[in-house]
Design a protein around this ligand. Structure first.
Ligand code: ADP
Length: 268
């Protein structure tokens, strides 16, 4: 805990006095520290691909300038490093946009079944390339929420992409949705979507921190997958904006379940 202490001289009935006031500044200092950590993280994440790009440019202008095989290989690496920077900037912009909108309630009527169908359709080719199958289990009707459809698409894309990437080859991912008439976590009717994988699972100690910006269980693995470390932070902010909840459960060696609970549309 930290305090700002201010002393002011004041006249009192008994003569000159001193007014001492204490202001609890713990939350301000914590916010300040978080901002500094965030800037340091962003700088680090951008510097790594930049350093690599600069190194390759130097080599291409020098020792490798007449070696077509090396030129081709280095340009390939430079392309993937640039793509990494592009993903990072895209995710930073998404994050800052959703953080700014958190208090603005989205009002579109979104059919979650259609939303999931389009996300699964878009991700199936990627999953097939990695030898992962995606099963989608939907009830007939009733999956309507008030929301922002592009943001909900982003939530499900991030969760299903993670399940495909971290689940590993030969596994299957199940995406299922159902309606609950009374979900305690949103105090009322809800649409519940679960994304389940049979991957390596996540140790319990990491679970509460997964939605922090740049928090990764295994940085090397995340980077190899092309991850920015911002996906679940974006997911959390979008779900907050929808007054929903994210629940993560996982068992090492068995797999993980990411559960999104969204208040169901109530008309009138
Ligand atoms: P990243 O870009 O690294 O995937 P995320 O914010 O999406 O960032 O996820 C944060 C971390 O949570 C990941 O680096 C990974 O360690 C872990 N994670 C997320 N989803 C899964 C999953 N389905 N199985 C195992 N680990 C996961």
């Amino acid at each position: 805990t930290s305090f700002d202490v201010t002393c002011t001289s004041v006249p009192t009935a008994a003569g000159p006095g001193v007014l001492v006031s204490f202001e609890d500044t713990t939350h301000l200092q914590q916010a300040d520290q978080m901002r500094r950590d965030f800037v340091a993280n962003v700088s680090h994440e951008l510097r790594t691909p930049l350093t690599s790009l600069m190194g390759f440019i130097e080599t291409l202008r020098g020792p490798a300038r007449n070696d077509p095989v090396a030129i081709d290989r280095f340009l390939g690496i430079m392309q993937s490093e640039s793509a990494r920077m592009e993903r990072l900037v895209r995710d930073l912009l998404s994050l800052s946009r959703v953080e700014g909108q958190e208090r603005v309630r989205p009002t579109e009527t979104v059919e979650i079944g259609q939303c999931l169908q389009s996300v699964v359709h878009a991700l199936r080719p990627v999953a097939t390339d990695k030898d992962v199958t995606i099963d989608l289990v939907l009830p007939e009707t009733g999956l309507t929420v008030n929301g922002a459809s592009d943001q909900l698409v982003q939530v499900f894309t991030n969760l299903i992409e993670n399940a495909v990437n971290y689940g590993g080859a030969g596994n299957s991912v199940e995406v299922a949705a159902h309606v609950s008439e009374n979900a305690p976590s949103v105090r009322g009717p809800a649409v519940i979507v679960t994304v389940t994988d049979q991957g390596p699972g996540i140790d319990q100690v990491h679970i509460p921190r997964l939605t922090e910006r740049f928090y990764r269980v295994d940085s090397h693995r995340s980077r190899e997958m092309g991850g920015t470390g911002l996906g679940l932070a974006i997911v959390k902010h979008i779900i907050n904006r929808h007054r929903g909840r994210l629940r993560i459960s996982s068992e090492l060696g068995k797999g993980s379940e990411f559960r999104v609970i969204l208040p169901r549309e109530t008309r009138g």
